[in-house]
Design a protein around this ligand. Structure first.
Ligand code: FES
Length: 94
């Protein structure tokens, strides 16, 4: 007998939602939660520096509402307030 694993349940919080993103240059754009940060930045015309594109070097780190994430392996999360503030991190070694 071939049994499939159960699909994960989806709650309302996991459903994609539109998020207003406030970028460091003062611009803003909208993206659907789940969109990669690099895609959201590209669409907004914002350059996030990259390096390895695999999550190991840290060149793409951004601060999202004060929490550091690596943009190349992260996506826009849902936001309870409907907006997220992004700052580029500055690393003296890059
Ligand atoms: S580009 Fe290296 S961690 Fe994202």
């Amino acid at each position: 007998m071939n049994r499939q694993p159960p699909l994960p349940s989806q709650s309302a919080e996991q459903s994609p939602s539109e998020v207003l993103i406030l970028w460091p240059d003062g611009s803003s754009s909208r993206a659907t939660s789940g969109t990669s940060w690099l895609e959201a930045a590209h669409t907004a015309g914002v350059l996030i520096p990259t390096g390895c594109m695999g999550g190991s070097c840290g060149a793409c780190e951004i601060d999202v509402n004060g929490h550091t994430v690596r943009a190349c392996i992260s996506s826009v999360p849902a936001s309870r307030s409907g907006s997220l503030s992004v700052e580029l991190t500055s690393d003296p070694y890059w």
